[in-house]
Design a protein around this ligand. Structure first.
Ligand SMILES: [Fe+2]
Ligand SMILES: [Fe+2]
Length: 189
């Protein structure tokens, strides 16, 4: 008699209730790198505009929030024993250079830089909230709060006429591409 063999596939049980350690490390490493880069961009812009100018004060408000963000990720990187990206010196220089260059191009260009950067970071934070499970509730809350701040920065850029910067479309595309590349690299290296 022909007996049907039941093939029991052993599926690897993935515990979806817990955050994968590798993912946790990537999230904290890349966010730490991104917040560090963001503080350097605004440093570069304030260096050109001066913090007492009208635009300088607006940028300072965002820079203060970035300072809170990087301080939080400085804590998290120690608390969770995550190796920071080896590329901090690169983001230090590249962030400042991007901020200073766009500021030299003018107020609208500086704000276009903010729109591009904050759009990418905001979207990135939104995606990360699906990767972090309830075992890291506090981290999830932190990322949600920071996402809100970054979108506020994005909107400040729009309100300050970023879209009328010369070459807005190409400039924001280039900056967005740069940010996405930096994110991909900083997760791993
Ligand atoms: Fe930030
Ligand atoms: Fe921001």
């Amino acid at each position: 008699m022909h007996r049907k063999k039941r093939i029991v596939k052993k599926k690897k049980k993935i515990n979806s209730k817990n955050t994968d350690r590798k993912i946790l490390e990537e999230v904290i490493r890349v966010d730490h790198a991104g917040e560090y880069g963001a503080t350097r961009i605004y440093d570069g812009q304030i260096a050109i505009f001066g913090k007492n100018s009208k635009i300088g004060k607006t940028i300072q408000h965002m820079a203060d929030q970035e300072k809170e963000h990087i301080e939080k990720f400085n804590e998290l990187i120690l608390e969770h024993r995550v190796r920071p990206t080896a590329l901090l010196p690169v983001w230090n220089f590249a962030g400042f250079a991007l901020g200073a260059t766009t500021a030299i191009m003018g107020e609208k260009a500086a704000m276009a830089c903010t729109v591009a950067v904050e759009k990418v970071i905001g979207e990135h934070y939104q995606q990360q909230q699906n990767l972090i499970k309830h075992d890291y509730k506090e981290l999830k809350k932190t990322i949600k709060k920071f996402e809100k701040d970054e979108l506020e920065h994005h909107d400040i850029g729009i309100e300050h006429d970023a879209e009328n910067a010369p070459g807005y479309s190409i400039m924001t595309k280039v900056i967005e591409f740069g940010c996405k590349t930096a994110i991909a690299i900083s997760k791993k290296i």
